[in-house]
Design a protein around this ligand. Structure first.
Ligand SMILES: Nc1ncnc2c1ncn2[C@@H]1O[C@H](COP(=O)(O)OP(=O)(O)OP(=O)(O)O)[C@@H](O)[C@H]1O
Length: 232
């Protein structure tokens, strides 16, 4: 479970996240939406301790992420908007093995996680391919595999569909739905609900760093436009 309590994140005098409280249960599929600059990316970077709160706190499974960053990062995996930001190795296999290797797992356990993660995104058998020679959709899937190899309870994806064509978007969405069905919590940040709204248990809309709406699609749908989010 991820618990955000009265979180404030400032850039200079501006409060990009302005007193957000939010609880994300294990296994929930949550979409974080809102217009450009509403604080979505700044908020989710706190979910695994990539940023430090100016006020408030974030707990993952009851542990404050500021005090337990390693625990937070192994429970909450993050995939950034540009998948190239996620890569640490040149080839698919080496990249996906990097996270589990850093956890200090045995060789066999690392192999098992790598195979499982690549199978989940249908990139198995392509371990030796160079990442910079893959398509954007394939790179997005490798970035997701790298996160999955951490065996996270929550997978957080910032704009996972940006820059992907329709078949690639659909493939990534299928993978997210399958993960969700297997019990992984999925958090998708987007300003465009078209792809994900139907899959989400809940939609959280940010406006000026605050939660404007929070609920299932049918409960928030009528008010989305008011906060600059186009209804799906
Ligand atoms: N590193 C930074 N330094 C200063 N201001 C920043 C920084 N990063 C973000 N901001 C500002 O904080 C506010 C929230 O930005 P954030 O990127 O979290 O919003 P967002 O909802 O994710 O936007 P987008 O949809 O454009 O990605 C914006 O006003 C932005 O300009």
């Amino acid at each position: 479970m991820i618990e955000v309590r009265n979180l404030v994140h400032r850039y200079g005098d501006a409060r990009a996240v302005d007193g957000v409280s939010l609880t994300l249960a294990d296994g929930e599929f949550v979409v974080v939406a809102g217009p450009n600059g509403s604080g979505k990316t700044t908020l989710v970077r706190h979910f695994n301790g990539l940023s430090t709160p100016d006020e408030g706190s974030v707990l993952v499974d009851g542990h404050d992420v500021t005090d337990h960053p390693v625990t937070a990062r192994s429970s909450v995996a993050m995939v950034f908007q540009d998948p190239r930001e996620c890569f640490v190795a040149a080839t698919v296999g080496a990249d996906v093995a990097f996270g589990p290797a850093n956890l200090g797992l045995t060789h066999d356990a690392i192999e098992e996680r790598r195979e499982r993660a690549l199978r989940a995104v249908r990139m198995d058998g392509r371990e030796d391919e160079r990442i910079d020679e893959l398509s954007g959709g394939e790179q997005a899937r490798v970035a997701i595999a790298g996160a999955l190899a951490m065996d996270p309870t929550h997978l957080v994806l910032d704009e996972p569909f940006a820059g992907l064509d329709w078949p690639a978007r659909e493939a990534v969405l299928d993978h997210l739905q399958a993960l969700h069905e297997r019990g992984t919590g999925v958090v998708v940040v987007t300003h465009d609900l078209r792809d994900v709204a139907a899959s989400a248990d809940r939609i959280v809309v940010l406006s000026d760093g605050r939660i404007a709406l929070d609920g299932p699609l049918d409960a928030v749908e009528d008010r989305l436009a008011e906060f600059g989010v186009r209804p799906p």
